[in-house]
Design a protein around this ligand. Structure first.
Ligand SMILES: [Zn+2]
Length: 252
């Protein structure tokens, strides 16, 4: 069978036996693929920086039907993204993004490759004190690409328009912001300020947002975590997310 040749980004990598590595690749053509890179640890020459997290390049994948683990023939790196490994904020944000893409259940989503590529590039270009916003923005854009954009300007429950200047109840189970009437009737919804909706709106439109304070940033991380808990179930620990969420504050 002819190998699949496709653009790919390394989302996860770990050693396998004494000489090999297993990678989880996000590919442009065929979603997430787990591949075995035989001999990758013995010969850096053969695979080079392709074995590193977040590297991107052209992968040649030899697939066999009914196998979960495919074989990586080559991965010619076009972007090593070493800048993501030189700053802890960038690294933990990119790891959180990888975890989301690997854990979130979705069918083939055509735009997800471009969104993840752009997200890693933005995190890599972010100044050390702006990596948190880059991670938040990237995560919400991925969620949006997967079809889960929360309602912000109309009530997620009754579709009444909502004044953009007010604090609102936000319900993950309802699918976003609630009007005052639905918010009062909803239990378990969190109240978010108008400024949080401004930031979310900007991220969904592809822009940036400045989070005004550490308390606001924590609230944004919590809102994002609750989204994943709602969709993935609370029993599935998001390890990289936890490191990202806690790391920002233990380093401060
Ligand atoms: Zn309503």
């Amino acid at each position: 069978m002819a190998p699949v040749v496709t653009e790919a980004i390394v989302l996860h990598a770990f050693d396998y036996l004494e000489t090999s590595r297993i990678l989880r690749l996000l590919t442009r053509e065929s979603g997430v693929q787990s591949v075995l890179a035989r001999g990758a640890r013995r010969s850096r020459k053969r695979f080079g920086s392709a074995m590193d997290l977040f590297a991107q390049g052209i992968a040649e994948i030899h697939t066999r039907p009914n196998r979960e683990l495919q074989t990586l023939g080559a991965l010619d790196v076009t972007r090593a993204r070493s800048e993501l490994g030189t700053d802890v904020g960038r690294f933990t944000a990119a790891s959180m993004i990888s975890e989301i893409v690997l854990r979130f259940p979705y069918e083939e989503a055509a735009g997800i490759f471009d969104t993840v590529e752009e997200c890693f590039d933005r995190i890599g270009a972010a100044a050390p004190d702006r990596t948190l916003e880059a991670g938040l923005g990237g995560a919400w854009r991925i969620i949006s690409e997967l079809g889960f954009t929360p309602a912000l300007d109309v009530c997620a429950n009754c579709h009444a328009p909502i004044d953009p200047a007010v604090s609102v109840a936000f319900s993950h189970s309802a699918g976003g912001a609630l009007c005052a009437r639905c918010g009062a009737a909803s239990s378990g919804a969190r109240t978010i300020p108008a400024s949080a909706r401004v930031a979310l709106r900007s991220w969904f439109e592809g822009g940036d947002a400045t989070i005004p304070s550490n308390a606001d940033a924590r609230a944004h991380q919590r809102l994002l975590r609750e989204f994943f808990q709602q969709h993935l179930g609370t029993d599935r620990e998001l390890r990289a997310f936890r490191v990202w969420e806690q790391g920002a504050w233990s380093a401060a």
